[in-house]
Ligand binder design. Structure first.
Ligand code: SAM
Ligand code: SF4
Length: 328
């Protein structure tokens, strides 16, 4: 569907849970979220499949990304992927994960129809990893990355959030992964969202600086084709590298002009923009027996309400949700 600003909206990011097995400092409070959603409030697999089918047939959604919270902690995720894979019109199913459970689940997910994975990794230092994720084990994530490569997911992207004073000294090392492996490492500016709202500004490193650090340490970057995907990154390559380096700059240089996405929260709210608190309930309608056309109306309304750009520099205005509850 084309929105009011002539953008084609064809991508739905689906948060399948608000729960997580890590507690990243920029995403979750140390003790986890105060009240996780009761199971009954979370959309069930059949409900998600109906919503996605309506999104596809009624509103032209073609691409799905499963996220969370941590999507791999949701029971029945493999069945959900298989169900989405059966929906006519959906031609791309991707996953964003912290990677902890990926070595165990990767094969089943691939067989069910998952095509692509993004794995979050902010450091290669096991102690810093434990600190940043509040007790995560880097070895599990690395096994997940190896599994993704072995299984032939393509592309395998790494999401790295850069924070001054925490992991900015590792930018070169993380970028150098693309020389050794066919990985696509994307450096993301820390956003002031929920938990990180009060301190993100102090830790912010603009993409322009990240790029300079890489070029100074590892040599010039040449422009590269975008690996398959729908994201807002700009891609480059180090000489002779099989992988690429991407930059995502939501804060210093917003990419709203090319935004093609809607979000669906785990409790069934459609959110047209990460940074705008406006949401519309689709679960209630579905549970009251709505038809596919009626579900499609909700998507059409959400597309019409997509703002032309976000207001990230005015701070996080949404006191209802943190990142893991929206679906990053
Ligand atoms: N649990 C999965 C994971 O960590 O990949 C999926 C959900 S997580 C919310 C999705 C992505 O959002 C991760 O790559 C994470 O690093 C990123 N993220 C979370 N909070 C962020 C923030 N304040 N600024 C920038 N990126 C953030
Ligand atoms: Fe969990 Fe992902 Fe948030 Fe980290 S970024 S706490 S892994 S949802």
């Amino acid at each position: 569907m084309i929105d009011n600003y002539l953008r084609e909206i064809n991508y739905l990011r689906v948060s399948v849970t608000d729960r997580c097995n890590l507690r990243c400092i920029y995403c979750m409070p140390a003790g986890g979220i105060e009240k996780v959603l009761p199971r009954d409030d979370i959309l069930r697999n059949e409900e998600l499949a109906r919503i996605i089918a309506a999104a596809s047939s009624q509103a032209g959604i073609r691409k799905i990304r499963l996220t969370g919270g941590e999507p791999l902690v949701r029971k029945g995720l493999v069945d959900l992927v298989a169900a989405i894979n059966d929906i006519a019109g959906i031609d791309d199913i991707a996953l964003t994960t912290n990677g902890v459970l990926l070595s165990a689940m990767g094969r089943d997910l691939k067989e069910a129809g998952l095509q692509r994975v993004n794995i979050s990794l902010d450091t290669l230092d096991p102690d810093l990893f434990r600190h940043l994720t509040r007790n995560g084990d880097l070895r599990q994530v690395w096994r997940g990355i190896e599994t993704a490569l072995e299984l032939g997911f393509s592309p395998v992207k790494i999401n790295t959030v850069v924070m001054r004073g925490y992991n900015d000294h590792e930018i070169g090392q993380l970028a150098a992964l693309t020389v050794k492996y066919p990985l696509h490492v994307r450096f993301i500016e820390l956003m002031p969202v929920g938990t990180s709202n009060n301190w993100a500004g102090d830790r912010h490193v603009p993409v322009s600086q990240i790029k300079d650090i890489i070029e100074l340490g590892l040599g010039g970057l040449e422009s590269a084709h975008r690996p398959a995907g729908n994201g807002p990154a700009r891609y480059y390559r180090l000489a002779g590298a099989p992988g690429t380096i991407g930059f995502i700059s939501p804060v210093s240089d917003h990419f709203c002009k090319t935004c093609n996405r809607l979000r669906l929260t785990a409790e069934g709210m459609i959110r047209p923009c990460l940074y705008s608190g406006w949401e519309i309930d689709i679960k209630g309608l579905l549970r009251r027996g709505a038809s596919e056309t009626e579900l499609g109306d909700v998507f059409r309304q959400a597309v019409r309400r997509k703002p032309d750009r976000h207001c990230i520099n005015e701070g996080w205005q949404d006191d209802k949700r943190i990142m893991s509850q929206i679906g990053g």
